[in-house]
Write a protein that binds this ligand. Structure first.
Ligand SMILES: [Cu+2]
Length: 263
């Protein structure tokens, strides 16, 4: 029985490791400048934790087998081994804190470092349960928005103030279209609760928080359509809150933007 259990533990360990390594659950191919670094860091973390997982499970299987049939004998109470406790606790701490510091680089590049000065700016607004995208129009400036003016029924979901000249040419869309190979800065905003901007192919995820303007930036390198779901449970309709990131050629993008601007 103990032998069977030990074999089962070993088999489950090997099968789950096989699926982590070769299974179909990986991320889709990346299309941003962060992809390679993110994937490398992810693989490193997975490899290290995978090796530890393997030996820990093997140790478990060994203990199950080695100490089988002890029920009849006298049970020995163990107070453990302080030296070993200290050793593996500090090893785990060093390992995980080290990985965190290592990963900070990538995080800082995408989230804390300011976007290139020439980046195309676009606002992405979360609202239960949809995304609105705002382009600043030819003047390159976003107009003022006011909560009192937000009225979806009259086509003013973002409440752009008509008295602000910067806002008269603003374009509001429901799809995030961007030109390929051009740096884009996203300004994330929310009208109501916390939402989360997530494009797996960009390897970017960031909360949209009411009252804050969270910024992130990327350059998309592959033309195509990519899902942009809300990645933060934001209410009953959360499951259907999604739009798309459309990466287009320059010409297609300009045409699309013109089409959006047309009344
Ligand atoms: Cu949401």
């Amino acid at each position: 029985m103990a032998l069977l259990l030990a074999l089962a533990i070993t088999a489950i360990t090997l099968i789950s490791m096989y699926y982590f390594a070769f299974g179909p659950w990986g991320m889709p191919p990346f299309i941003s400048e962060y992809g390679a670094a993110y994937d490398q860091h992810f693989m490193l973390t997975l490899t290290i934790t995978g090796i530890i997982f393997f030996f820990a499970q093997l140790g478990l299987a060994y203990a199950v087998f080695r100490y089988r049939g002890q029920r009849e004998g006298k049970v020995h109470y163990s107070h453990g081994n302080n030296a070993l406790e200290v050793l593996w606790t500090s090893a785990a701490a060093v390992l995980f804190i080290g990985l965190v510091f290592w990963g900070q680089n990538i995080w800082v590049r995408a989230h804390l470092r300011p976007a290139d000065p020439g980046s195309m700016q676009v606002e992405v607004w979360g609202q239960q349960f949809t995304w609105y995208i705002r382009y600043p129009g030819p003047d390159g400036k976003f107009g003022r928005t006011t909560p009192e003016l937000m009225k979806e029924s009259i086509g003013q979901p973002l409440g752009i103030d008509p008295d602000d000249p910067a806002g008269t040419d603003d374009i509001v869309a429901t799809i995030l279209a961007v030109p390929v190979s051009r740096p884009v800065e996203v300004i994330l905003r929310s009208k109501d609760v916390i939402h989360s901007f997530f494009v797996p192919e960009l390897r970017l995820k960031q909360d949209a928080v009411p009252g804050l303007e969270n910024r992130l930036h990327f350059t998309a390198s592959q033309i195509g359509r990519y899902e942009l779901p809300c990645a933060e449970l934001c209410g009953l309709g959360h499951y259907q809150m999604r739009t798309f990131l459309d990466v287009k050629t320059d010409a297609d993008f300009e045409q699309w933007l013109q089409d959006q601007a047309a009344p």
